[in-house]
Design a protein around this ligand. Structure first.
Ligand code: GRF
Length: 222
């Protein structure tokens, strides 16, 4: 039997997505080995979540480094002790240098709270409301040098409700992230989805568009 994909999760904050990974591994629905949780922020609550789950943690503060390159080199040295085959960015609030992305080429996933290519960057929920969009959601994608621009794997989408606030929308989007992110990571961990030649391949076929899951009822999702 093939060994489980060794996975590092990178966080900076609360870590609700990390918790979704922990829960999915524990209940057997996700076949990854969470080998380390890394944070650039020693106060990240996600570090406690990891400790409670018995997952090793590591923390390096970016403020201790002169520049992004030297910080990223230190992070690589730390992560490589755990020989990760997959890196999950879960609210990791640092932009990665090109050399970091190249070191783990095709092995880094991110989740972005928008239906990419719509709304890369920050404040996505308010921007969706301001534009009057009917749909919003979140996208799991491979990380490349282009911010929020790598090949998309899976989108979870939901209808925007009349009169809802950006905070309410953010809460509903985060709930679907907890479903789609572990699912997409499982596809990559199993080799069903791979990154090759700068593109996303599913079952050996180039996937120009991401898979889409629609959530019309998001109350009750955690
Ligand atoms: C998520 O909403 C994700 O879209 C964004 O960062 C947030 C992390 O939240 N990339 P959490 O720390 O997992 O709760």
């Amino acid at each position: 039997m093939a060994s489980r994909c060794k996975t590092a999760v990178l966080i900076s904050g609360s870590g609700t997505n990390l918790q979704a990974f922990i829960d999915a591994v524990e209940d057997g629905s996700l076949d990854l080995e969470l080998t380390v949780v890394f944070s650039n922020n020693p106060d990240a609550y996600g570090l406690e979540r990891a400790e409670q789950a018995g997952i090793p943690t590591a923390c390096i503060q970016h403020a201790d480094f002169l520049n992004r390159e030297s910080f990223d080199r230190a992070v690589i040295a730390e992560l490589d002790r755990f020989e990760p085959e997959l890196l999950i960015l879960a609210g990791f609030m640092r932009i990665l240098s090109p050399s970091f992305v190249a070191h783990y080429s095709g092995k880094i996933l991110n989740i972005h709270p928008a239906l990419l290519p719509l709304y890369p960057g920050l404040n996505t929920h308010q921007r969706v409301l301001d534009a009057g969009d009917a749909w919003h959601g979140s996208t799991v994608h491979f990380v490349t040098e282009e911010l929020d621009g790598g090949p998309r794997i899976l989108q979870g989408r939901l209808p925007v409700q009349p009169g809802e606030s950006a905070d309410e929308l953010a809460t509903r989007v985060q709930a679907i992230e907890h479903r789609v992110y572990p699912e997409a990571a499982g596809w990559v961990g199993s080799g069903k989805v791979v990154f090759r030649d700068g593109k996303c391949w599913v079952d050996g076929r180039h996937a120009e568009e991401p898979a889409i899951q629609t959530f019309t009822e998001t109350s009750g999702l955690g």
